[in-house]
Design a protein around this ligand. Sequence first.
Ligand code: ZN
Length: 525
Amino acid sequence: MLGSRVSLLTNDTHCLTIYLCKHIVDNKSQNYTPIRETEEGSEMSKREEEFVKEITSKDEDFSRWYVDVIRKAELADYSSVKGCMIIKPYGYELWENIRDNLDKRIKETGHRNAYFPLFVPESLLKREAEHVEGFAPEVAWITHGGDEELEERMAIRPTSEAIICDAFSQWIQSWRDLPLLINQWANIVRWEKVTRLFIRTREFLWQEGHTAHTTAEEAEVEALKMLEVYREFSEDVLAMPVLVGQKTESQKFPGAVYTYAVEAIMPNGWALQAGTSHNLGQNFARVFNIQYLDRSQQRQYVWQTSWGVTTRLIGGVIMTHGDNSGLILPPEIAPVQAIIVPIIFDETKDLVLTRVDQLLKSLSDGLRVAADARDEYTPGWKFSEWELKGVPIRIEVGPRDVRNEQVVLVRRDTREKKVVKEADLRDEMERNLADIQAGLFRRAKEFRDKNTFEVKSFEEFESIMNGDRGFIRANWCGSADCENIIKERTSATIRCIPLEGSSPTGECVFCGKEGRYLVYFAKAY
Ligand SMILES: [Zn+2]
């Protein structure tokens, strides 16, 4: 609906110009109360109130708020395919910005993109025993091609280690072929029973890095390097603070030696695993026979890693930053960083729209700016809609502003409103966008710190998990039994053994035996 009316532009202002011309001819909707002419406090019109009412309050029902925001902001929708989602244009633009930013970081660390088949023959998937056992319950199988039953079933990739290791065994012959640093952007299928938009769907989008190295040390360095790429990306781009750490044996990737992860906390106190990086050791190299001739002509198995993040990052961004009016998007990834809303009256329409067009042209060099010149909606309606869509900055331009060579700039995060001279607008916008980006991170980090609890007794542990939840930092003896019982009793799992500060400070929070690690627990998505 918006696509044809609003120029979501980067450098193409042509379509807005055409639309403005249409406006000048077509004068039909002037019957609204101009928003800024009324006194403060009565700014919200009836229609806006209705708009906002359609979103469930975040405190009242967090899960419903989450779905309401996604659907009202037109990020995604359900489809007739059970367990799958449609990513709508606005949501996909968000994903493209996430993808492009991360892709650059993946390439800067020396990796190259490739694309592998969607199908994995059963015999390949079965080679690594722990791997197939881990994925078996959620693999979708293809048994027929047309009318004919296949001689061998094919899995739709639940992850691509098998198909990529098979290729690596052909590609890698000599130490000169290493390291091999590959990334793939692809879709993945896991037959999940319980699904949730963006967080867990049967089909999702992701990137998966796959690398092969000559030494164990080099593979470990790679796994940690990509973990750090994910940490930096989550914090600097998504403004989502994360803990970095290692997974326990029960939580690691099937077939890996170690799994590292970045973990964020959501406003409902649940943790979100936002990315994982695996040191695969030689487990896959041995079963897929990925060998190379070293410098002394000896055959050696390679050492491998794999790492990935998915469209669930969008879910993390929605939950971390959104409020009762809808999304709040970090400027780094917002499809529209600033929306210009003209305040139009019959007699000054031409004047205002011409200025909006000029502003659009001058700002869109380097910034993602759009103008909403739709006739059939009031400015108040537009304000609410773009707030719902989480656009970081709104710029209002009315006839008086044009005469005074100024605009009104409104921030989505703080709702702070100020008059800015046109001459200062670009600087002011850049400053505000940077400030919003930093402010969102700060706010989320404060929330996380406030919701991270040092716990010494299991009673305390249970009472937190029965209350507002959050991250629980506690000593653990290292036994899988303790880990399991804690999960059964409280639904909390060990999210990670932090890379720094994991030295125990006392006895295991559950069994009272000597603590081996100081770990983070939480209930996880
Ligand atoms: Zn214990």
